[in-house]
Write a protein that binds this ligand. Sequence first.
Ligand code: ADP
Ligand code: MG
Length: 700
Amino acid sequence: MAILSLQTPLIYLKGVGEARAEQLRKELNLDNCLDLIQFFPYRYIDRTDFKTVKQALELASKLDEVKDVQLKGRLKNIHVVGLKRAKRLVATLDDGTGSIELVWFNSISWLQKTLKPETQYLVFGKPYFFNGNLNITHPEIEDAATSEFQLSGKIQPMYPGTEKLKARGINSKAIARYTRYLIDNLDEKELFEILPQPITDKYKLINRFEAYKQIHYPDSEAHLQHAIRRLKFEELFIDQIKLLRVKQYRHSTSIGFILKNIEHHFTNFFNNHLPFQLTEAQKRVLKEIRKDVLSGRQMNRLLQGDVGSGKTVVALLTMLMAIDNNFQSCLMAPTEILAQQHYAGIKELLAPLNIRVELLTGSVKGKQRKIIFADLEKGEIPILIGTHALIEDTVKFNNLGCVVIDEQHRFGVEQRAKLWAKNNIAPHILVMTATPIPRTLAMTYYGDLDVSVIDELPPGRKPIKTVHRKESERLQVFGFLKEQIKEGRQVFVIYPLIEESEKLDLNNLMEGIQAFERAFPRPQYQLSIMHGKMKPADKDFEMQRFVANNTQIMVSTTVIEVGVNVPNASVMIIENAERFGLSQLHQLRGRVGRGAHQSFCILMTGDKLNNDARTRIQTMIQTNDGFKISEVDMQLRGPGEIEGTRQSGAPNFKIANIATDEHIMREARLSAEDLLNEDGQFEKPENMALRKYLSEQNGK
Ligand code: ADP
Ligand code: MG
């Protein structure tokens, strides 16, 4: 018996020649046996489940659409009908309970040659009624006596493929032949058990080799479920072990500045100039940060907090800790507007302290840019605020001690690393996000960071009231706006604008603007308009007018999405709300509710909504909790589509799905933590196999 190893190239599998190996590599990224064994079926067909023609008839007359059925019967009356395009091969399958017509439009001459009348066949496909007759078009068909179905066990795996592969005869069935051959000829030791026995015992996980075998060729539905659970657990567990070890390693080796002194600016600001009392959550997070910056290790902390939870002041206090120890700090925002707003806000807060704050964005040019560069290098700018311009190589700090990254979803892991490279000793890093992500996603996506959460809004905030209104109710909506404006409030109106449908969206926006201009005529009302096609200076001008309350209504596309702070704005209208994702809706809603007034979010939609859109709207109406919303978002879209995680190293699991496997994820996380706490060096006998596996993985 040929013994295969996981590293064996696929060309050594029976039936895979050079050309096919090349196709598998090109089309499915499958190089070797390891790739193939981890190429999991996407569904299964239970080949033990036969229907009779009579049952198929009943099903087809009851249901609009019947699932694939498997029939077994005698083939009769094979003949060609029709001409040219309509030419087709027709045959009758009779199993004693009734007969059904099989129809093929392709491969007619080949089928004519191979199909034998009066022979038992297995047939697989979707039955449906056509002209009063029960039909299956393009069924799979095999001679019952020599059927390969038997080869592949009772439950047959179905593998995903591409059109190109199918055209070359590499269909699901062919791949099933390869996986069958692989499993029959793979050295079992190649898939040695890597999970420690206490864990497999505790969670009742089946053996590793068995799991791989059963996921391709399950003996039963129950076997399949065990296999899936085991492999998901393994995948998540290994991922957690790796992440936690990175964190452990960082904790044990990284050197960080010790920010011991807080007697000067920090204390002064804290005692005399804080415009409000910190919430308990803010205080708790500050303590966590304080502990980090005293530990002698580099801080790598993620601060999650819903919009309006008051992350900025926490960031500012952290920067003051650095400044009191003669270090520079910088704050990086994802957009120019946000950077400007942070700059203005922080300058105002720091006004009594006499600390120089500078702004560096793409539009700071010429002489001023030069001055900033020079002074920064001399260490004369304690706080620099800006966009990603801050991470360009030309920007040199004198002694950067603390980096705050706001709305980090726009900054990838790589960009974070780039910032670290600006010093010999890495500065403390505080990453802030107002896009809460589900805890399971946070565990993998931010597994190597320490996480703080501000889970409390400043006091006195009234929860935003969210309602759903249809186009037919627009007049009432306008009436409501007029009342709000009369009371002195301001209104945001947001239109979708995406690249794929840019022209349509722009038209839509323009029509919307006209409708608003008609309903809210000058000079009684003033409108601001803002969209991505405008020059930054014009956008800024409009934004400033709105911030200054010179205009009451801001009609815009999502350019104002993140972070913008206009406490007097009390209404957020989201037009075509059905077209926005949940996290975006939540972000947009967060633009209001920042002042003392009751705020409202009005989701405008067309009359018809699909299920997903309805769920999104309902979720928005039901909760203001960003974490809950992110959970629903992940259920709807899958973890890979959650805002911002796509480009920047979202976990890419082969079998686990963190949207649906939260339970397994928790078990895996806990087991990984326990194991590392008890045996961080993998010295216990039961952890040897895991150690071997991890070191082999590292070697690659
Ligand atoms: P975000 O977390 O969304 O960045 P901000 O830091 O912009 O939130 O804070 C939102 C608003 O709440 C700001 O106007 C800020 O001054 C105010 N704020 C922050 N913390 C408190 C607090 N403890 N008490 C009252 N107001 C606060
Ligand atoms: Mg903010």
